[in-house]
Design a protein around this ligand. Sequence first.
Ligand code: B1M
Length: 212
Amino acid sequence: MVDQEKYFQALSAGKMDEVKALTQKALDAGDSPDKILKEGLIKAMDRIGMLFKNNEIFIPEVLIAARAMHAGLGVLKPILAKSKARQAGKIVLGTVKGDLHDIGKNLVGMMFEGAGLEVIDLGTDIPPEKFIQKAQEHKADMIGMSALLTTTMMQMKATVEALQASGLRGKLKTMVGGAPVTEEFARQIGADGYAADAASAVSKVKEILKIS
Ligand code: B1M
């Protein structure tokens, strides 16, 4: 059973071992990795986010919680990867320039891998030219960009424009996501796809790359 309150307490205290143990316990009880993510880790992190927003906690506490969340994701990663049937497509993934948030991006990357896609994770603070250079170097099918700040999401537009200028736009698809990003914004900047969460990111990428 996914105990959200326990997740919240463990994340708040930065107890990595406890987050791992809770995740393992939920898996042993038969909960799906998806359920554990949504009802446990993500819900608890959302509550941390609200406290941060209301100035009830500050950056160090959020970082401690983020590190504990990563520990929980680490337990789920091999299980998600097990369902990997084949390398269906290749995606260069990163958080855009000026943005250091990587929890959602890592989650999306894990879900992609779980769906059989090959992921080249570039990390955070990635400028448009690096997305394009790495995508070419790895012969990727798609560039996946994450942004969590309203100030950095315009970097997605810059990447799509740079792609257009390099003449690669038709060959290399783009997909965007992150809390401030919307379907409408994705359409406006000319991205090929948008997803609100990690699960829909998988269906979207399959649709764009025409993978069954
Ligand atoms: Co920051 N932060 N943060 N932060 N932080 C937010 C985003 C914020 C909303 C908090 C708030 O004020 N309520 C706010 C942004 C406001 C805005 O621009 N509208 C904010 C701010 C202001 C800042 C700083 C500027 C604070 C400061 O320094 N004054 C600073 C910026 C640093 C920088 O990046 N240059 C900053 C710093 C940090 C920490 C370093 C402390 C830490 C990041 C640690 C890390 O990532 N390693 C942090 C955190 C943790 C958060 C919150 C609390 C949580 C974000 C998160 O991880 N969510 C966040 C508040 C919140 O969102 N509740 C906040 C969980 C994650 C699973 O969700 O990333 O949305 P998310 O990903 C989802 C979907 O969006 C989607 O799927 C994911 C899974 O479902 N998705 C994609 C994401 N990428 C996708 C890509 C796709 C498809 C779907 O296709 C490729």
